[in-house]
Design a protein around this ligand. Structure first.
Ligand code: NAD
Length: 321
């Protein structure tokens, strides 16, 4: 088996390769070529941590495996990222372990790739203003991936902890874009695309904040109980997701579903839009909402691409296991 340590990942995968891997696995899921197994995610009652497994099998690409890990909110104070994860890949023909791959950077890249895929397929072509809600570890990756999809001219941002806003400004500056901190109503009125990536358990972005034509990528809600936007907003929006089973159970749509505001049939898999078997945005005034819950197959897709690159570059550590 091969080991690809976290420290080697950055030189082995680009945001473009992550985007391509994620877009193609979403398409494969929708064709029925790849499927995710049910997610296990538990509050372990220690260190305030959420821990679990996301796993699946891509029959076409023969990627079989799991990502194990979760979210430790106290890690930043220890100089570590709050997300800690590791991907395990197995040989689909024999079940033997094939590779162990550091999953921290890959998680950020594949999550940013997912919202970027949603922007590519659902946002208005003339989108100019990018709104960011959330200024944590993921936010910079999200912004960098998003700006590749449209000709954004400005970034506006809001964060629950305003002292973190300079981080968003620094990323916008790195990307050559002006940044302005705004209130949520202003964000809703001015942003053409809004990415929400927070660890919130209560809605931040309310339906009244959001104006027609906006695309919203809800990327933070990946666990039962979490919520970033008001459930009522989902009744005004065309709702898309990576995987419907996750969207209604651990994603943003869990609340609108449990409150009886929308039904499962109201949600479309983004893979179907990518494959051309479902309609995405139907007009300039549509509100489109992508519920990016984060699926195991995204992790397997980027990890498999990294293992190939690591073997080719001679940096994969081979272990007799
Ligand atoms: P982080 O801890 O670095 O940042 C957390 C962010 O949430 C900060 O902006 C913080 O100010 C904000 N926040 C904290 N409490 C809040 C509250 N009560 N209300 C509103 N905002 C609040 O975390 P991160 O690594 O940036 O990840 C953010 C979220 O994204 C996490 O919840 C994580 O589980 C989720 N996530 C989802 C996926 C996916 O595939 N969908 C992948 C990775 C991370």
């Amino acid at each position: 088996m091969f080991i690809v340590p976290e420290s080697a990942i950055a030189s082995l995968i680009t945001p473009e390769a992550s985007f391509a891997a994620v877009e193609s696995v979403f398409a494969a899921m929708s064709k029925g070529d790849a499927y995710n197994f049910p997610v296990i995610r538990e509050a372990i009652g220690h260190a305030d941590a959420l821990y679990g497994f996301k796993s699946g099998f891509d029959r076409a690409g023969l990627a079989l495996g799991l990502k194990s890990g979760g979210y430790w909110p106290g890690n930043e104070a220890k100089g570590l990222t709050n997300h800690q994860s590791t991907v395990f890949l197995f040989d689909a023909d024999t079940g033997k372990v094939k590779a162990v791959v550091g999953g921290n950077l890959l998680t950020a890249l594949r999550t940013a790739a997912a919202s970027a895929v949603s922007i590519k397929h659902l946002a208005r072509e003339d989108a100019k203003v990018l709104g960011m809600i959330g200024a944590g570890h993921q936010s910079a990756f999200q912004m960098r991936a998003a700006v590749k999809q449209r000709n954004f001219e400005k970034v506006i941002g809001w964060n629950y902890h305003p002292e973190m806003l300079p981080k968003l400004e620094a990323t916008a500056t790195e990307l050559g874009l002006p940044f302005e901190a705004v209130e949520l109503a202003d964000m809703g009125a001015r942003a053409d695309v809004i990415i929400s990536i927070t660890s919130s358990f209560a809605p931040t972005l309310m339906s009244a904040h959001v104006t027609p034509g906006t695309h919203i990528a809800c990327m933070g809600t990946d666990t039962k109980g979490k919520q970033e936007v008001e459930a009522k907003l989902l009744t005004r929006a065309h709702v898309f997701t990576d995987e419907i089973a996750q969207s209604i159970s651990i994603g943003e749509a869990q609340h609108a579903i449990s409150e009886g505001l929308i039904e499962q049939n109201d949600i479309t898999e983004i893979g179907a839009v990518i494959n051309g078997t479902a309609t995405g945005r139907t007009g300039a005034d549509d509100i489109t909402l992508f519920d990016g819950t984060g699926v195991g197959l995204q992790d397997l897709a980027v990890a498999a691409s990294v293992v190939e690159a690591a073997i080719a570059a001679g940096v994969a550590i081979e272990v007799d296991f």
